[in-house]
Design a protein around this ligand. Structure first.
Ligand code: AMP
Ligand code: FE
Ligand code: FE
Ligand code: ZN
Length: 284
């Protein structure tokens, strides 16, 4: 019996390169039993993913929320995976919309800064790559590749480019407000790649303790951006705090090299997430 469970995957509704329909087909072809669609700050891929879902693949509808912790100076951005929430719940829906607008304004600002430095790309081009989905730096990276300034997405994330010099912060959603909003919408919140130092500063364990008190449900431990030691630390912390542990690919199609199902979630942890959610059901 196939039991592979991959709870973190992106489509063209944000910065993945497979459409939602292609994503669920690829999940089934990769032998997944369960796949979550978790685009950045949007549920825009849910309907197409649901319509194309192959028999035998269970679909968890979710999103990855752009959050921020204001307990450090400067504040630290982080990602929260939200599963099985009601997309019509007004507070969370309004926040998701605000986050997408924030992404557009920030993307345009980054493009302006690049243009001021003589880089021949345009906001129209970048918006075209996003094609109506949540705009992110990978779409700007695509324009930098097209212009011949870098050859890969990860090169575009070097500090000379989108990693630092041309990085404009998003305003994001306060992480405590995010946990509360996800829960109020019947969803389950899991902290995505909490120790991913290559993306920038990471939050201290004390914050994770506070978030657990505030209703955080789990921690993503098995992720390509974590070393084996970091995965073990997260498992220990989760055990101490009574949080579930997940593992996932964070698949982005050809914007990244990781494959679907490269990391997976234990069936028992998955069942706990499903049991705790009241927003929308798993499909399939
Ligand atoms: P943004 O959401 O606009 O801040 O862009 C962050 C996104 O860029 C992440 O969700 C990843 O998909 C992608 N990303 C971040 N770092 C890298 C990297 N080093 N190489 C390739 N993609 C990256
Ligand atoms: Fe992404
Ligand atoms: Fe993320
Ligand atoms: Zn992700």
């Amino acid at each position: 019996m196939m039991t592979d469970i991959d709870l973190h995957c992106h489509s063209t509704a944000s910065d993945g390169t497979l459409t939602p329909a292609e994503l669920v087909r690829a999940g089934a072809a990769a032998g997944l039993a369960v796949m979550a669609i978790t685009d950045h700050d949007t549920t825009g891929g849910w309907a197409d993913a649901a319509a194309a879902r192959p028999d035998g693949l269970r679909l968890v509808r979710g999103a990855e929320l752009s959050c921020r912790w204001h307990g450090a100076e400067p504040s630290i951005p982080l990602h929260l995976l939200a599963y099985l929430f009601d997309p019509a719940e007004p507070v969370l829906a309004a926040e998701l919309l605000r986050l997408r607008v924030d992404r557009e304004q920030r993307g345009e600002k980054i493009v302006e800064n690049l243009r001021a430095a003589g880089v021949p790309i345009t906001w129209d081009e970048v918006r075209g790559y996003a094609a109506g989905g949540s705009v992110g730096r990978p779409h700007i990276a695509q324009a930098l590749i097209r212009a011949g300034l870098v050859t890969t997405t990860s090169e575009a994330f070097a500090s000379d480019w989108l990693g630092a010099r041309f990085l404009v912060p998003k305003s994001d959603l306060d992480v405590f407000e995010a946990v509360a909003a996800v829960r109020a919408a019947g969803g389950v919140a899991v902290f995505a790649h909490p120790r991913a130092t290559k993306r920038g500063r990471v939050v201290p364990d004390e914050l994770i303790v506070e978030l657990a008190d505030a209703g955080l449900f789990g921690l993503e431990a098995d992720h390509e951006d974590h070393s084996p030691a970091e995965r073990a630390e997260i498992r220990a912390l989760a055990e101490r705090l009574g949080l579930v542990v997940t593992g996932s690919s964070d698949f982005h199609g050809s914007h990244k090299t990781v494959r679907l199902g490269a990391f997976t979630t234990d069936p028992a942890a998955y069942e706990k997430i499903v049991s705790a959610a009241t927003g929308v059901p798993v499909l399939g």
